[in-house]
Design a protein around this ligand. Sequence first.
Ligand code: PGA
Length: 478
Amino acid sequence: MSVQEYLEKHLLSRKIEEAVNAAVRAKAPDPVLFISTHMRRAAPAVITSVRARQILDGRGEPAVEVALHTNKAVHRASAAAADAPEGAAASSTRDAEKRKLLARAVADAVRVINDKVSEALVGMDPQQQAQIDQAIIDLDKAHHKAEIGMKAMLAVSIAACKAGAAEKEVPLYKHIADLVGKSTSTLPVPAITVINGGTHGGNRLPIQEIMILPVGAKSFEEAMQVGSETYHHLKDIILEKYGSDSCNIGDDGGFTPNISSISEGLDLVIAAIDRAGYNGRIKLAIDVAATDFCIGKKYDLEFKFAEKSRQDFKTADDMIEIYSQLCSEYPLVSIEQPFDKDDWEHSKKFTTLELCQVVGDDLLMSDPERIMRAVNEYTCNALVLKANQVGTVTEAIEVVKQAKDAHWGVMVSHRSGDTDDSFIADLAVGAAAGQIKAGAPCRGECLTKYNQLLRIEEELGSDGVYVGENWRTSAGTS
Ligand code: PGA
């Protein structure tokens, strides 16, 4: 091809002239920069390839990272490696070959992305999130998305979402708000983990987490200040009472003092709030993760005491008594997964008492069908959204809408031992979730989410509203 033919084929003279004219009209102070930006916008972004690799998450376990290439840039995303509970809508992504990394490797998923997924997405416009997600879903007709697996799907979907935001030249949370159909931006109340137990801590506390919700703060920044100060005062109190080895932290960054009862943990947190000077400005939440100590239909609150385990089972009605008592004695406003994942009956019985927010985790598995049943039967009144249990960004947005339409609370959640991807921070703002749960003010994979929210709040300025006391009823989906 001759030079002349090349110029004509790409309409280069005309495009350059248009860019120069635009710079002159705008009286751009830096015309070269203006012209290059103008030219860049004239070429729409298309996906050119998707490359995946195995990385390690916050627990040192394999996770999938994706680099989605467009003709303009590379966008990276990773999805938490924590697995879905048995029976979840989207399944895990572990290699068939079990010899490496304690049978946790994800090389099969990496291969599927590099071959099948990449081929399916090449040429697509990254702004078309729904089409991209549908193309990924269409590749995996297997039951429970078992072929590609949820983590691989989500990593690709998030990378595409980041590319879509970049192409629109808007922040990620704004692009997500557009996908949701929202025009306002709210900063969520953080549910900050301060004590870990259950399967996330090596102590005897049966429940997985005790969290603080700084609902009385005036901004997200102040909420993190309040949360962080309380966390450090708690450390001092634990140190004084139980010794330095009790200040070790669990999987979500909460301390793991060797306490054995929920009230002992709540008393410590109340003392820390008092010492920090934040009485009345912080509410409490717990994640019971009761599926982990439900045996048959009964609950073994001493499942971590070798010498006492399986000797004093509690019935589900006993558990309702325990929770009711805690709600009356403490500023406890949210209880996550108070019963076994299939104990619909007692979850409904407890929710109907209206003592607090009842959050469905394993009960719902972020699965639209289970959510629909729970809405119809009023089995709980809030969703903990774990995007990697759903599969794609579009599906995650759909389940948030489903929960909000039912006037439920929505808590966007990390996974324990998450990766360093901060996507859920933008998701919580874009979808106006009202609540975010990302662990303690400690551990890099937790802080990457909270720190991103600090940046978002700063960027939004007076347009960003911290939901504070309205954490359960934050703005609807539209
Ligand atoms: P998981 O727990 O990621 O281990 O399921 C997270 C949570 O519920 O906080």
